[in-house]
Design a protein around this ligand. Structure first.
Ligand SMILES: [Fe+2]
Length: 370
């Protein structure tokens, strides 16, 4: 959302002389409130902060750092929260606040008053809140490292911010994971490296033609829609029809291609191995059930090993572009049972393809998803 405003502000020269001479010179700062993204940007942050009347407006979202503008109404607060791995800097441009921080939600032993021109540093892992104790909106800007909110975030009210945070908590994947890319993913191995489980020719068609097609389609479909700046997980959770199908196929293929390695094979270890034993009795039994699910899937689709929020595993079959995310499950491992995944190498022998894939599964990668 772009909001254009113009603020009138005394130049520093005028402001400095104001006490001594009458000075009517003023500079006009044109303010366009939007997320400038990871672009070179120079702005008058004071004018931008004063112009913002949303609870939160993302101003600049880079790769490692983000700036947001906040306006906290009289009697309101930022909201008691903790960012486990994010440091935060805030600067108050107008208003008066009480700043509280602590190690737990109930022991906020650090208490300070802050006002215009004060800076607040919040270390990662500290519970914190900033309460507007003045009689006008508290105007501040915040800098997060790493990025905290999606690019282009606008929360008009605190309620809207809390709803978005709730949705964020339901997510399974970090937006920065390599498999979350909407561009054609780079394969972490040479196109001939997975043969004979998957031939060079199949990889070249599957990755270079089929996946590239989904990437091109999604780009065209989301242009100008509410999903234009959304990540794959959000699109899959919230869309349907062609947008869902193409976003689903991109994430499914990204998870598929990145789970293989020419030095793969063997068995999982650690927590995942224990969970597989608990759910299927043994790894060998799990393999049998997984292959059987893939073989019995009618038409095109994907067979998945997925986990619920307690880590309980299940094997699910999904038609077409389906993904366990839509059932509230986290995708861990997947075999593609669309014919385009194996027809050049195995023709109609889907079972043989599924059986052959085990020797290239990189269990370290799969374990990292669990
Ligand atoms: Fe595929």
């Amino acid at each position: 959302m772009n909001i254009k405003r113009t603020t009138t502000k005394l130049t520093p020269f005028c402001a400095g002389l104001l006490l001594f001479v009458s000075c009517n010179q003023a500079s006009k700062t044109e303010v366009t409130l939007k997320d400038y993204g990871a672009e070179p940007t120079v702005i008058n942050i004071d004018a931008y902060t004063m112009s913002n009347s949303n609870f939160r407006t993302a101003l600049w979202t880079g790769v490692n750092l983000q700036s947001t503008l906040m306006s906290i109404p009289v009697g309101g607060d930022v909201g008691l929260e903790k960012h486990p791995t994010t440091d935060q800097f805030l600067r108050i441009e107008e208003g008066t606040a009480q700043v509280v921080m602590g190690d737990t939600e109930t022991s906020l032993t650090f208490v300070k008053t802050a006002e215009k021109d004060f800076a607040i540093f919040v270390p990662a892992g500290k519970w914190h809140n900033i309460i507007n104790t003045g009689n006008k909106p508290l105007k501040l800007y915040s800098i997060y490292s790493p990025v905290q909110h999606p690019h282009g975030t606008v929360h008009q009210t605190q309620e809207e911010a809390e709803e978005a945070e709730e949705a964020e908590n339901q997510r399974y994947f970090n937006k920065n994971e390599n498999f979350m890319t909407q561009e054609l993913i780079q394969l972490p191995y040479a196109t001939n490296a997975l043969a004979p489980a998957i031939s060079k020719q199949t990889i070249e068609f599957h990755h270079g033609k089929h996946l590239q097609g989904y990437v091109n389609n999604l780009k065209n479909l989301i242009q100008g829609t509410e999903f234009a700046n959304a990540d794959l997980e959000t699109i899959i959770r919230e869309s349907d029809g062609a947008i869902f199908n193409n976003a689903g196929q991109i994430l499914n293929h990204n998870l598929y291609f990145t789970q293989f390695s020419p030095t793969g094979g063997g068995k999982p270890a650690g927590r995942l191995a224990q969970a597989i034993d608990a759910a299927y009795g043994s790894f060998e039994n799990f393999q049998k059930e997984f292959e059987a699910a893939g073989v019995s899937l009618f038409g095109s689709g994907w067979v998945w090993l997925a986990a619920d929020r307690d880590g309980k595993l299940s094997i699910t079959k999904e038609s077409n572009a389906g993904n366990p995310l839509t059932k509230g499950l986290k995708p861990i491992l997947t075999f593609d049972v669309w014919e385009h995944a194996y027809y050049l190498d195995f023709q109609n022998r889907r079972a043989d393809q599924l059986k052959s894939l085990w020797i290239i599964v990189d269990w370290k990668i799969v374990e990292s998803r669990y």
